[in-house]
Ligand binder design. Structure first.
Ligand code: MG
Ligand code: ZN
Length: 214
């Protein structure tokens, strides 16, 4: 019975996600659902991405957090349109939450919308929100065992950004194992080694994004 209820919720979510996607298509916005555990560097990646692309791509952001507006404030500082969703306890964003805030964004004026999901390696991967693509960040400090322990997010993500690569000399983590395991879960994943602190790899990521949007 519990399984039945859960699948009903997911079905309803998929229908609403498809509606969101139709809206994004009509407005000509490419949408990325950005996921990671807390502290991996989602907002820092957004800051770097906005700085790199602001002259060529019109980028908007939806911030998802259980509470607080710190992340939206960081994005607003850079002049990008941003809406903060506070889930009030829910550990992921769903299509309904996204649908509720669409009217707050100038979608016609955007080329790219990045939805920063709630920090959590588990259920954000289960709920579509209307995105064209999922991307995820794994920071080196989380360890090389995460792809095989949390396979769904790695399977669902078209891009894996391995962040905090500047810490490699200081910690015992096998970057090649992360890559190998991530590719075993999703052979077409595009992997980027980046540092939001030093800027390493950000150029490759933003060039790839530009290519996606055309
Ligand atoms: Mg954040
Ligand atoms: Zn959740």
């Amino acid at each position: 019975m519990k399984i039945k209820v859960a699948s009903k919720i997911l079905d309803a979510n998929e229908r609403l996600a498809a509606e969101n996607r139709k809206i994004f298509r009509n407005k000509g916005v490419y949408v990325i659902n950005l996921m990671s555990s807390p502290g991996a560097g989602k907002t820092s990646l957004l800051e770097n991405t906005i700085r790199a692309l602001s002259s060529s791509i019109r980028l908007g952001v939806i911030e998802g957090d259980i509470a607080g507006t710190d992340d939206a404030a960081r994005i607003a500082c850079l002049g990008a349109p941003v809406v903060q969703i506070n889930t009030g306890g829910a550990c992921h964003l769903d299509a309904n939450m996204i649908n509720d805030v669409l009217k707050e964004l100038p979608l016609e004026e955007l080329d790219l919308l990045i939805i920063e999901n709630v920090g959590n390696l588990v259920c954000p991967a289960e709920f579509k929100v209307g995105e064209d693509m999922k991307a995820m960040i794994l920071s080196l400090t989380e360890g090389h065992d995460k792809p095989l322990k949390y396979p769904l997010m790695f399977q669902e993500s078209s891009a894996l950004l391995i962040n905090k690569i500047d810490l490699k000399p200081y910690i015992d983590v096998d970057v090649n194992k992360i890559k190998r395991d991530a590719l075993s879960l999703n052979p077409s994943t595009r992997i980027f080694e980046i540092s939001c602190k030093t800027g390493e790899g950000i150029g490759e990521w933003t060039a790839w994004l530009k290519g996606l949007i055309g």
